[in-house]
Design a protein around this ligand. Structure first.
Ligand SMILES: NC(=O)c1ccc[n+]([C@@H]2O[C@H](COP(=O)([O-])OP(=O)(O)OC[C@H]3O[C@@H](n4cnc5c(N)ncnc54)[C@H](O)[C@@H]3O)[C@@H](O)[C@H]2O)c1
Length: 340
């Protein structure tokens, strides 16, 4: 049973990944400072897997605490690093919070991990590194474009920090997973996404509107050069995404990596428009969603969906769930947390 550290492991994607790691027999240690999650997630995880992960409340911006943690856990075989702040709008208002939290935590963890005998590292990156890519679907070789926000910039700089470190620390093996748009929840509805305040993302906004928390969903722009005029994204079920982390970690643990730094797109390869997501929700929930067309929103790219050939053929992972599966799980989760 290899011991794996999951930072940010009580967050949306982290909690689902802890479940999949435990299902595969890993011993999981979770660090989270609860800045964007709840301690209740721990019991959600435990009730799904029957196993409680070791948990430490720790702010990874505290370098001494990070050093102390690794001193006590020299037998860690790998780290999956989710911990970061992720609100794009807030990052524009408060860039230094984002540079401090997303980059200092990464550096401190890498400093400790890279001196351990087993230094395997998985990083949460994002398709935002591609900006508005010129060619669809987007391959890993598409150019990294100038970031639209400080948040997006932390993902680009984060990847560079890891790549530069891998060049000089041969012992360190790392994979950046570039997520497309994670949605949905665990099918048991025991864990899911818990946005604080007004959701920034489409799917929680849809489910909160249907649950009566929001009056109306605004669809930002229906005059884009797409089939129905609304923006297109690649929505990936969070459980599929969680499984991609396990596969990536196993690749490093079994020395199957081709270089000590690799990147993979994690998406379905299918682009869905905002209106198609709404239709999917209406289909699975049998409800009519209250929505209106609003003006375009600044900074939105027209379309982004993944070429998944490298993830499918080299990593050996493929998304299994459909958009309807994901919307169904998101709605089940929303109903569960609102007691509907
Ligand atoms: N959700 C998305 O759409 C998306 C897309 C691409 C990439 N990502 C990246 O994936 C990762 C996970 O995203 P998520 O949606 O699960 O976010 P999340 O906010 O639900 O999870 C992040 C977790 O990290 C914790 N955390 C933050 N700063 C910390 C610190 N200094 N010390 C310890 N814990 C800290 C938070 O409390 C939270 O539980 C992030 O790095 C995010 O940038 C997310």
């Amino acid at each position: 049973m290899d011991k794996i550290l999951v930072t940010g492991g009580l967050g949306f994607i982290g909690s689902h990944t802890v479940v999949e790691l435990q299902n595969e027999g890993f011993e999981v240690v979770v660090i989270d400072d609860l800045s964007n999650s709840s301690i209740d997630v721990l019991s959600g995880i435990t009730s799904i897997t029957g196993k409680s992960p070791v948990f430490e409340i720790l702010d990874l911006k505290d370098k001494q605490k990070v050093q102390g943690f690794f001193k006590n856990h020299q037998d860690i075989k790998g780290v999956i690093h989710f911990a970061a702040s992720k609100a794009v709008g807030e990052s524009v208002q408060n860039p230094l919070k984002y540079y401090e939290n997303n980059l200092n935590t990464l550096v401190y963890v890498l400093q400790e991990l890279s001196v351990l005998p087993a230094s395997n590292f998985i990083f949460s990156s994002s398709c935002t590194v591609y900006g508005q890519a010129d060619v669809m679907p987007i391959t890993e070789n598409a150019p990294v474009k100038s970031a639209e926000s400080p948040y997006g910039n932390t993902k680009q700089i984060g990847e560079e920090i890891i790549q530069d470190t891998c060049k000089v620390v041969p012992n360190l093996k790392a994979i950046s997973l570039r997520y497309f748009n994670p949605i949905g929840a665990h099918p048991t509805a025991k864990i899911g996404e818990l946005p604080i305040g007004v959701p920034q993302n489409l799917v929680p906004f849809i489910t909160q509107t249907a649950a009566g928390l929001r009056d109306c969903l605004s669809v930002f722009g229906d005059d884009y050069p797409t089939a129905d005029g609304t923006c297109i994204r690649d929505y990936i079920h969070v459980v599929d995404l969680a499984k991609a982390h396990v596969v990536a970690l196993q690749r490093l643990l079994s020395d199957k990596n081709e270089a000590n730094y690799e990147t993979f797109n994690v998406g379905t390869g299918v682009g869905s428009s905002v209106l198609e997501v709404i239709q999917s929700f209406e289909r699975v929930s049998r409800l009519a969603l209250n929505y209106k067309i609003a003006p375009r929103r600044e900074g939105d790219v027209i379309q982004a969906y993944a070429n998944t050939a490298k993830a499918n053929n080299v990593l050996g992972w493929k998304a299994q769930s459909t958009l309807d599966d994901a919307m169904k799980s998101a709605w089940l989760w929303e109903k569960q947390i609102r007691n509907l």
